[in-house]
Design a protein around this ligand. Structure first.
Ligand code: F3S
Length: 427
């Protein structure tokens, strides 16, 4: 790779040992990818520190958090002193919600170590957003902005909806980008790779948030990690719909970029979305495909007695929390079930101020932040059957936690929490 003067300086160790190791790792990474150079980034979202028990234990055994960063962000067995981050950096979701640790079955000792890890990371200058949806709480990259983000549901959102540019980075490359402000210039940083590869024509109106989740789930499975261009959307979906669509497409496949013709910024027309490329496949999405996606999303649902309902994947917006409050008002969660709702910690504060948290708690449900059931592996003890309004969560919960999981609308899910029974179905 061709290095700029500041990159060579970092590689030569003139800006300290940690940045030297970061540059060295990024160089190896970029060369493996075939990148010819780096691009500057001033917007990194990643994970640092002790977000899982294993990392916390590693830190304890090897002398602290610099050892964790060295090993797991810089790929260095040698422990180096970690300096302040060089560019705007934010932390994604973590493994626990320290405010609800007891309910999540997390021992106090783990909470103590977790808080220590958080203080360390914040001390490096990382914004502790602790969410998979940073774009809902102030980190909204501009069109064309080069970013280095982890988290598939966030990557697809900022590439497609905002027109920012990122690949799905890993813990190491994101950590190194935090220290250097550099990331290999390849993949979705390049114009050509952002052009459409598959064309999807909608034969039915896709309206509700659940419908957008199903569409994403279907498309992801068909196109895998390519770039779908979707025609026939007559009404621009809102943030929640786009969030669920992208998260689903990124979980059933590996979609990191899509275009909605006439809606997303790089697709004013179908021709613009494809540029010089021709679609490799024409796909139609109608009633039969919607049903197939619904059946796939519900493939593990067997018993209708629901122990646990998870809402907030990706983390809910304030409006979505308000919707749940309206569905819950005057009702109570069934004694054999639990309802946990996940949101960014900033949004939880807004929900507190608006009175939503009180309504949720009064119904016997709980508003949590910082983590989620699939990622943090946190569920009520003894859960066998879960339900979610997210195709992504219903995809991952059975795989990660070994439970059955139903997928349906938010109303289906709230009903399941209140009655303890799954009565959802495809309308
Ligand atoms: Fe977020 Fe967890 Fe879903 S991290 S996107 S709520 S799987």
């Amino acid at each position: 790779m061709k290095l700029a003067a500041d990159e060579q300086e970092m590689l030569d160790g003139k800006r300290g040992k940690a940045r030297q190791k970061a540059m060295d790792l990024l160089l190896r990474y970029g060369e493996a990818l075939g990148a010819e150079r780096f691009v500057d980034t001033s917007n990194v979202c990643g994970t640092v520190g002790a977000s899982t028990p294993f990392l916390r234990e590693y830190g304890q055994a090897h002398g602290g958090m610099d050892a964790v960063f060295s090993e797991f962000n810089l790929d260095s067995a040698e422990v180096v002193e970690i300096p302040q981050v060089a560019v705007r950096s934010a932390h994604l979701q973590q493994g626990i919600d320290p405010e609800h640790a007891e309910r999540q079955g997390i021992p106090l000792e783990v909470v103590r170590l977790h808080r220590k890890g958080e203080a360390y990371t914040a001390g490096l200058g990382v914004q502790m957003l602790n969410t998979c949806a940073p774009y809902t709480v102030g980190n909204v990259p501009a069109r064309g902005e080069h970013c280095a983000w982890m988290e598939s549901s966030a990557v697809i959102y900022i590439n497609s909806v905002l027109g920012a540019r990122t690949n799905a980075e890993g813990r190491e490359s994101a950590g190194c980008a935090m220290l250097t402000g550099k990331i290999p210039y390849w993949g979705y940083h390049l114009d050509d790779n952002r052009l459409g590869t598959h064309h999807v024509e909608l034969d039915i109106e896709v309206e509700t948030t659940a419908d957008w989740g199903l569409l994403g789930y279907y498309i992801g499975e068909v196109v895998q990690d390519r770039v779908p261009v979707i025609s026939g959307v007559h009404q621009a979906p809102d943030l929640a719909r786009l969030k669920h669509f992208g998260a689903a497409a990124a979980s059933s496949g590996g979609v990191e970029m899509y275009h909605l013709v006439g809606i997303t910024p790089e697709a004013p027309t179908r021709a613009a979305a494809f540029g010089r490329k021709q679609p490799v496949l024409e796909i139609r999405y109608g009633k039969a495909e919607r049903r197939l996606a619904y059946e796939r999303a519900n493939v593990t649902g067997k018993s209708r007695d629901v122990d646990f309902v998870m809402l907030g994947c990706p983390h809910y917006t304030l409006e979505q929390i308000g919707d749940v409050c309206r569905l819950l008002e005057g009702k109570r969660v069934h004694e054999n079930s639990e309802l946990w709702i996940f949101t960014p910690r900033q949004t939880r504060q807004l929900a507190d101020a608006k009175g939503y948290t009180r309504i949720i708690e009064a119904a016997g449900a709980h508003l949590m932040s910082d983590t989620c059931s699939a990622l943090g592996r946190v569920m009520p003890k003894g859960t066998r059957v879960a339900a979610a309004d997210s195709a992504k969560q219903s995809h991952y919960l059975p795989a990660i936690m070994g439970v059955e999981c139903w997928f349906g609308t938010t109303a289906d899910c709230v009903d399941a929490a209140v009655t303890g029974r799954w009565s959802g179905g495809l309308a």
